[in-house]
Structures are given as C-alpha cells and as structure tokens.
Design a protein around this ligand. Structure first.
Ligand code: GLC
Length: 751
C-alpha cells in the first residue's frame, strides 16, 4: 500500500509541475492578464518592448514595436501619412500593388470647418490602415500655424487652437473607428522645420497653454488617441521627449491621456530621461537605446516600477491592435470608393477668395486658356513623411477636360512639354530640378494676345510645394516670382482688353502673398493641396456643379513681415549666423509674439490683412437671424438661424467669437470659441445652429496663478461669416468668476 501511495503522490507532483509548466509555457498575452505577462517578462524583454526594431515590417512602414513570441506578444506596425497611408506601392515577388488614397491635406480639410466631414474621410483612411495590415497611422499632424513659412503647415490645420483641436479629434475618431490607432503629433511646439531636432522653442506658459498645447488638449480629450508622438525640439531648454511635466503631469495627470507616448524618429542621448519622463516607446529604435536602459536598470538610474509602467502602457496598447487580434487584412481596400470620398472632401474644403461680378461659376462649355506649369504638375500633397503613394494625382488639364471645358490645346501642349523636359532636366551641377523651386515657364505677350482672342476665359494655376525638413522662403515662395507676376499682368491686360475674365487657382502648401496682385484678376479659388482627386473638385467648382463652402483656417497677411512671428522665424536658412548653439531662430526660437498669432494679433491691433481668418465666399448669400444666448455658471448656449437668401443651394459656416470683459489679463479682441456648418440649404431654406461653450472653454490662462480663469462680467458673443465680417451679436453677464488651477510646471523662464 505504502509503495502505491508513494507512486500516486509522485504522479500527482509530476502532473502539477506539468500543468504549471504547461501554464508557464502557454502564458500568452490576453486583454485580462497584462500583470501576469509583465511578471513573466525578463528585463531584456521589457526593455526590448520600449525600443522599436524596424525589422520585418511591410515596405514603407515607418516603425514597429518588437514581438515577444514566447509570450504571444505580436509585432505592431506604425505607418505615416496624415493625408493617407504612406507605404511602398510595389513589393518584391508580387505583381500586386499597394497604392493608397491621397486625401486632402490637413490645411485643406481644416478649410472645410466640417468636423463630420473629417470623421467621414478618416473612416475611409482608417480602413486602408486596417486592410493594408498596419496598426497605427502616425497622424494627425497638428502643430499650430505659428508662421506662414513653416514647411509642414500643409500637414497641419490652422492658426487657431480650437479649429485645429476639433479637426484633430475628429481625425482620431474616424481612424480609430476601424480598430486601428493614431498618433497626434508633434507634441509640442514643432512650429518650424529648420533645425527641428535641436531647436529650443522658448514660450511663455500662457502661450503654451492657450495656443501650443490647447489643440493637443482638445484632441486628447475629445479624440482619445491611442498614441501621442513627442516632438524632436526642446521647449524652454529641455527636449519635449524628456519633459516629465509635458508627457506625464500635463498629458496624463491633467488631461487623462491613457495611451502610449512615442518619440519622433530620432535617437537622442537622454534615452533614460525620456523613459522616466513618460516617453514609453523609442522610435525608430536603436540597440544603443536598449543598452542604455539595461544599464540604467542595473545602476538604479531608472526603477523597475518606471520600466513596468511604460511596458504596461505598451501592452495595453498592443491588446487593442489588429495584429494582436490576428485580423486577416485583405491588402485590397476599396480605393475606388475612397477616391470618391477624397473628391467629396475637397469639394467641401475649397475656399473661394474672390468672385467679382459673379465671374464664377462658368457655364462649363467655355474655351479655356489654362496657364501655369502647375496646371500639369498639380500638387495633391506636400513632401516628406506626409506623402502618399497614390496610383494617380489628377491635374487641372485632365480635370477641366473631364468637366467639359475645351482647352487651348497649343497652350496645354506647351505646358506638358515644359513639364516633361523640366523634370528630366538637370541643373548645371548635375542635381535634379528641385520641385520646390520649379521655374514657371514664360509665355510671350504675343502668344497671350492671340490666346485672349481665341479663348473665352483664362485660368492661371499657381503652385507652391514644401514639406518636412525645410521651411519656405519669402522671395519667390511666399511672394510671387517675377515670371508669375509678369504672366498675371500680361494675361490680365490682354483678356480684360477683350472683355474676358481671368481667374486664378492657388494649388499651394501654405499661405502666399495675395494683396499685390489680387486686383488684377476677377476670381481666385484656393484648394490648397487637395489630394489625388482635388483637381476634379476644382473643375466642378469652376463650372458650378459644386458651390464652394470652405473658409480660411489661417490669415493671409498683406506682407510676410506683418505676421508678428516673422520677427522670430528662420525664414532664411543661415546656419552661419553666430556660434553653433547660439543662433537665433535656428538653435533657439523666441516666441516673442506670445499669444498674438494670426487673427488674435491682426484683429486686436486692427492690422489690415489681405484675406482674414475664417473668410470664404459662396455662389449664394446667407442671412443670420437675431441670435439667442442663454448663460449660466456652466457656460452658455447660443442659437442662430441661417437662411439661404440666394439663388443656388449652399452651405454656410458660422464662426462664434467671444470678447471677454476688459480688465485683468490682456486678451485678444475676439477668440473663436465655437463654430458650426449648415447642411446644404436650398434657396430660401433655413437651419438653426446651436453652439455650446463651457465656462472652462471661455477661460484665459493666468501665469501668476497658474490657473485657467473665467472672469465675471459682460461677454460679447459675435457670430461671424469671418473674423472680420460679424453678422450678429449678443451679450451675457457671467456672474461669478471661476478658475481651474493646474500644475505650475511648464518651466518657462521667469523674468
Ligand atoms: C519624421 C516626422 C514624423 C514622422 C516620423 C516617421 O521625422 O517628423 O512626422 O511620423 O518621422 O516617419
């Protein structure tokens, strides 16, 4: 008996170990066992999860998180592209292509002022992220348009933090509806490209809170992005990726962010400081970063609690991803359907800046002399990581023809020839023509005289391209080139002599000078960089198939130097201007203009602009009713009825600005606090718009108290068709001041 019981006990013990062993071997990541996984991970595995590897990704992906097969932790894949998924369109060993849809860029989408449209677009974009096997799209790019010349403004939305934040939040919601993630970037104050990896943005607490962090605050709170990308630059002396107050105190403790923070794509010395600050993931990831973290664990420079906190964040992210869910992606998203989405989005975003004597819309059967090399080489998107590999970018020649216009063929042929030779022509030094400075071909006066007789109308397409890694210039970029100016003058003189109209299409990545030439022409249409189908949408607007409803998301100043930030912006790249490390606007940029950016400055100081923030025309007209504003201690609710008083259907954007009572903090004459866009209203049709603004959203930031403050007093509410065209007003009394203290941690250098 004894022997049997011993054998039985031994069997039981073996069974126990086997089960335990099996359980140990089969311990795989689930949504509900993250702590157990964390406990089972070796320190090498933990550190490996904090550093990307860039191995085994699909061609064109930007980065990844490392797999740990032993624990059922999959790799996850991060891809670029605020205007669409950015992956290689062709792969070794297969004839299949992997083109993606080039949607309108950030600035174009923001010009729609249509949050629902943004969500509609990114629902389609997010489907491509899912079906091509990515887990996160590294977007939206959402830094504020501090200055017209930032090379990446096209990826970003606006000079105003509310419009920017609302657009970014909608971008996030649309993408994430597909069960894939986003990365709001570049957090924060990456407002120039020159020396972006080292530039120190020196900003007051108030300007940070009210402008440069405010849009991220809205995006995080209302979008709930899976990830945030810290920027390359410094803020007030320290790298953002190493700033605990930025990544943990403000982002997580104050705003409630519960995702992961990843670096932008570069390795800095302070890997350990970044991990301690709350930067969970180092991208693209280098072995040196793992070595640094392992050494720091051994030396105690970073605690295991801090490592586990970051690893836990990444595991919580991973269990949300398609790769974790083993989603069977098709590699076949419906690009045709998404092209239609892209075209619709552009139709709703194009801004009509000028339309004298109803020059537009045209009938659609006119003979058109189409001028400008950009009519052939149309810019759907800017350059850099924000590019999208699309199967095709429509240009204005094909779009105008498809829309039914007849083009002056000799002229069209001339531009096709110029383009064909230009892109293959090498400069004397052998370098290829840089598209950014592609010269505008000349057209002789004699030819223009003849074309003015042969055609019904002239359309001049002007283009500007820019992108990541460089900022734009004033000469021949913000301002027209002499050839462009000469072309406009000659076309204007000769077509007007024949009693014919001249219109301009601005296919540009960012603001340009318009005041000096806009009176030479009869109409100006601004599609920005409107994606692969944008040219078709422009043609539809020129022929009146679509009524333009976009409005400017940033001010177009008369002169570049009118913009207050221009005194502190590296608009000419001058690395020799002083000792490395001490070069103004290169090594450091002093945000001396503080909160006075865009219309906040121009309106308050009554500085004339060429086209104001929020400006855009329609082919119809709208009336605004007497508004009603009901206020209480929570804030206020405004309602106003808009009626289409014209002859064609159209949509109107109503911008709600607030002027705070005088006294206390100096405040802008008006600040955008809400906006709404009507549905398509038929002639005579009305719609009542309701906009709510909370007491917190009314607040200004008081540095001395390190608190948001809404003062008691009388508030003016303005309902604008633009920042300068106020159609209705109301006022209310906010009875009791309120404040919202925050951590006094932004560390701006105190005077
Ligand atoms: C770049 C960009 C960032 C992009 C990343 C990955 O440096 O700053 O926007 O997402 O690298 O390509």
């Amino acid at each position: 008996m004894k022997k049997q019981s011993i054998i039985l006990s031994l069997c039981l013990v073996c069974a126990l170990f086997a089960t335990k062993g099996m359980t140990q071997n089969n311990l795989v990541l689930r949504e509900d066992n993250i702590e157990a996984i964390l406990h089972a991970m070796t320190i090498e595995e933990k550190v490996g999860l904090l550093v990307g590897s860039q191995e085994d990704m699909m061609p064109g992906a930007a980065g990844n998180t490392r797999p740990i097969p032993r624990l059922g932790i999959p790799m996850t894949i991060l891809c670029d592209g605020p205007a669409g998924l950015n992956i290689e369109p062709k792969r070794e060993g297969t004839d299949q292509t992997f083109y993606c849809t080039g949607f309108p860029t950030g600035t174009a989408m923001a010009s729609s002022w249509d949050v629902a449209l943004m969500e509609y677009v990114t629902t389609a974009m997010g489907n491509e992220v899912l079906e091509y096997g990515a887990d996160v799209i590294l977007a939206p790019g959402m830094n504020l348009h501090r200055n017209p010349l930032c090379g990446r403004n096209f990826e970003y939305y606006s000079e105003d933090p509310l419009l920017s934040g609302k657009m970014a939040a909608a971008f996030v919601r649309g993408i994430q509806k597909n069960g894939v993630g986003t990365s709001v970037k570049h957090y924060a104050a990456n407002n120039q490209e020159i020396n972006r990896r080292e530039n120190d943005a020196r900003i007051s607490d108030r300007a940070l809170r009210e402008l440069y962090l405010k849009n991220f605050e809205i995006a995080v709170k209302e979008g709930k992005p899976w990830t945030v990308m810290s920027s390359y630059n410094k803020i007030n002396g320290d790298y953002t990726q190493q700033k605990h107050w930025l990544l943990t105190t403000v982002l997580r403790d104050e705003w409630g962010f519960d995702g992961i923070v990843m670096t932008d794509w570069g390795v800095k010395e302070g890997t350990v400081k970044a991990a301690k600050a709350g930067n969970d993931l180092m991208e693209p990831g280098r072995p040196i970063e793992m070595e640094r973290l392992l050494a720091a664990v051994n030396s105690g420079e970073i605690s295991m609690e801090e490592i586990d906190r970051n690893v836990r964040n990444i595991l919580k992210y991973i269990v949300k991803t398609p790769h974790f869910r083993k989603y069977k992606f098709s590699n076949k998203p419906d690009l045709k359907a998404h092209a239609a989405v892209a075209r619709k989005a552009t139709e709703e975003s194009i801004v009509l800046l000028k339309n004298d004597d109803n020059t537009l819309p045209m009938k659609g059967n006119e003979k058109v002399a189409l001028y400008g090399i950009t009519s052939v080489d149309f810019f759907g998107i800017g350059t850099g990581s924000g590019e999208v590999n699309t199967a095709h970018i429509a240009n204005m020649q094909e779009a105008m023809t498809a829309a039914g216009f007849t083009l002056d063929n000799d002229l069209a042929e001339y531009y096709r020839l110029c383009y064909a030779t230009q892109t293959t022509t090498e400069k004397m030094d052998g370098s290829a023509i840089d598209k950014r400075h592609r010269p505008e071909p000349t057209v002789s006066v004699k030819a223009i005289e003849r074309q003015a007789k042969d055609n019904d109308v002239a359309v001049v397409v002007l283009g500007r391209i820019a992108g990541e890694g460089a900022d734009r210039a004033v000469k021949d970029d913000f301002e027209l080139t002499s050839i462009e100016r000469e072309l406009l003058q000659n076309v204007s003189i000769n077509y007007h002599k024949e009693g014919k109209k001249v219109m301009v299409v601005l296919n540009i990545v960012g603001a340009i000078e318009t005041a000096s030439w806009k009176n030479m022409v009869d109409a100006i249409v601004l599609p920005w960089t409107p994606g692969q189908e944008g040219a078709h949408a422009v043609a539809d607007i020129l022929k009146g198939k679509v009524n333009p409803s976009g409005k400017l998301a940033m001010t177009l100043p008369v002169n570049y130097m009118d913009a207050p930030s221009s005194r502190n912006f590296p608009y000419t790249w001058d690395m020799t201007n002083g000792k490395k490390g001490e070069r103004k606007n290169v090594d450091f940029t002093d945000y001396e203009e503080d909160i006075w950016v865009g219309y906040r400055y121009f309106q308050t100081n009554k500085v004339e602009v060429s086209y104001p923030f929020g400006y855009g025309l329609s082919y119809t007209t709208f009336s605004y009713s007497k508004p009603s504003v009901k206020a209480d201690k929570e804030g206020f609710t405004a309602t106003i009825t808009v009626t289409n008083t014209g002859k064609v259907a159209g949509r109107e954007i109503v911008e709600l600005y607030v002027a705070a009572p005088a006294g206390g903090l100096e405040k802008p004459a008006r600040e955008l606090k809400a906006f709404a866009k009507t549905k398509l209203l038929s002639p005579g049709q009305s719609e009542t718009l309701t906009m709510k603004v909370s007491a917190y959203e009314m607040a200004s930031f008081n540095e001395e108290h390190s608190a948001w403050e809404t003062a008691a007093g009388t508030y003016q509410v303005m309902f604008g068709a633009s920042a300068t065209d106020i159609r209705a007003t109301a006022s209310f009394n906010f009875k009791k001041a309120q404040d919202w203290p925050v951590h006094d941690v932004l560390g701006a250098p105190k005077e």
